[in-house]
Design a protein around this ligand. Structure first.
Ligand SMILES: Cc1cc2nc3c(=O)[nH]c(=O)nc-3n(C[C@H](O)[C@H](O)[C@H](O)COP(=O)(O)OP(=O)(O)OC[C@H]3O[C@@H](n4cnc5c(N)ncnc54)[C@H](O)[C@@H]3O)c2cc1C
Length: 435
């Protein structure tokens, strides 16, 4: 192990860790980045949609050499029952712009590329190195890390915890609590390979155009969760995730849900004949603003999923990870430039800067949404999708029934499932949480 002291140690080489290490190294700090995986990205799971704006702030010309799959021109939202889906579908040729706003990526390839940028900037990156614990002095200040390498203790002025959603190091050191099971989703994902022409024909795509589908409804069996289908060049990423607390309560399994999702008639046709090559499972922090732990302390900051910075309502995580990693690094650089110590008081600058960014503003805006979706899961993820589907069938089927009677039938079926006050209450609660 390197017998040196660093300005900063970054634990983890995912989106947040790479953003932090890149920013710190570019600013001339002596940086050590430690990653337990065989290479950056080898352990990481994402859908995956990449948001360009946040990456451009780190690597402005990323489009020149980053491994990108498709730029997104189409978004579909599906509300499903067992046999149908009701969709909202948006496609725009404006998304065929010179600098597209969203891409699909494959994390194993993307993170490798990102890590190369970190190394080129001058950071020392050590993979296959697990950080076992944070080293703290007698006053609790974090002064370095102990790794699984021989003589594996390394010192640093500050440790950036970018260790992902489980965040074991931080919780073991007592810096924050283990995330609550009702604040964390367990998602499973498969990669389905198809000939490129078949994939493009099924999703109505040309060239590098891509489409994504995000789905809620009976596929999650009344649990808080959603499914997704994202198009890559020659494969489809398909997955589903629900809150861990809900899996525990219902006894449902993620794999069982995934199988059902794939068998749904709207999905089966899209993946027919595909070859499944990869299967992965991973947690996602979904507690939102109220679940964010203490973000800084004496000698440490926490970024990305480890800090629960994930916007489940908009299905954004990697961009919050990159942004929090970059901002933490910028705060550290400012403190270092003033030759101030990395105390809790000084590192509060990271939180102040994060509060001013979209990360905290967005999470704060939806602060009540995770609780609402969890408490009202049966209504939002089961009852209403079923009712909407019934209403659509009734509306579309031409069978000689007068339209007024059809409307009455639909209205009555809503009232039978939920009283008028219940319906209005849910609508008001949803509107309030969305404000
Ligand atoms: C199924 C799924 C789909 C998703 N889809 C999207 C999407 O489409 N768009 C989006 O923006 N976000 C999406 N997300 C969320 C996104 O993946 C995360 O928000 C993002 O990866 C967080 O980055 P991170 O760097 O904080 O954590 P991670 O990417 O998890 O990286 C943490 C790293 O730390 C390493 N590590 C952990 N502990 C140690 C240790 N003790 N020592 C050394 N290394 C350690 C890990 O090996 C890992 O490389 C999705 C997540 C899942 C699970």
């Amino acid at each position: 192990m390197i017998d040196e002291r660093f300005d900063a140690i970054v634990v983890g080489a995912g989106m947040a860790g790479n953003a932090a290490a890149l920013t710190l190294a570019r600013k001339g700090l002596k940086v050590l980045q430690l990653e337990r995986g065989e290479y950056s990205g080898s352990k990481n799971v994402q859908g995956a949609i990449l948001y360009s704006d946040m990456l451009e702030k780190l690597v402005p010309d990323f489009r020149e050499d980053a491994p990108l799959e498709r730029h997104l021109v189409e978004q579909r939202f599906w509300m499903m029952d067992d046999n149908s889906h009701t969709g909202l579908h948006y496609r725009s040729d404006e998304f065929n712009e010179e600098r597209p706003n969203r891409y699909t990526i494959i994390r194993a390839q993307f993170d490798k590329w990102f890590s190369k940028k970190v190394q080129e900037a001058g950071a020392v990156v050590l993979c296959e190195t697990t950080v076992l614990e944070l080293l703290q002095d007698a006053y609790g200040k974090v002064i370095g890390v102990r790794t699984d390498r021989k003589n594996g203790q390394v010192g640093a002025d500050v440790v950036v915890l970018a260790e992902g959603v489980s965040g074991l190091l931080g919780t073991r050191a007592g810096l924050r609590k283990t995330p609550d099971k009702s604040n964390v989703a367990l998602a499973v994902k498969e990669m389905h390979f198809l000939p490129q022409e078949t994939l493009e024909a099924r999703f109505n795509l040309r060239g590098d155009e891509g489409a994504v589908i995000e789905a809620v409804g009976t596929i999650s069996q009344g649990m808080t969760g959603m499914g997704f289908i994202y198009t890559n060049k020659e494969s489809i990423s398909l997955g589903i995730g629900c809150l861990v607390a809900d899996f525990e309560k219902t006894g449902q399994t993620p794999y069982g849900l995934l199988e059902k999702f794939k068998q749904h008639p709207s999905v089966a046709a899209l993946i027919a004949g595909s070859e499944v090559k990869e299967y992965a499972a991973h947690l996602i922090p979904e507690g939102g603003f109220k679940a964010i732990p203490q973000l800084y302390g004496d000698g440490w900051v926490v970024v990305g999923d480890a800090a629960q910075l994930n916007n489940a309502v908009h299905r954004e995580g990697s961009n919050l990870a990159m942004t929090s990693g970059r901002i933490a690094a910028e705060a550290i650089f400012q403190i270092k430039s003033r030759r101030d110590p990395m105390t809790k008081e000084n590192l509060a600058l990271y939180k102040k800067m994060l509060d001013e960014s979209f990360v905290m503003k967005d999470l704060k805006k939806y602060r009540d949404m995770p609780d609402l979706l969890h408490i009202q899961a049966q209504n939002f993820f089961l009852t209403y999708p079923q009712l909407v589907s019934k209403a659509m069938t009734n509306f579309l089927r031409v069978d000689g029934t007068p339209k007024r009677e059809k409307e009455k039938t639909t209205f009555r079926s809503f009232l039978a499932a939920r009283s008028l006050t219940g319906l209005v209450g849910d609508a008001v609660r949803l509107a309030r949480a969305w404000r």
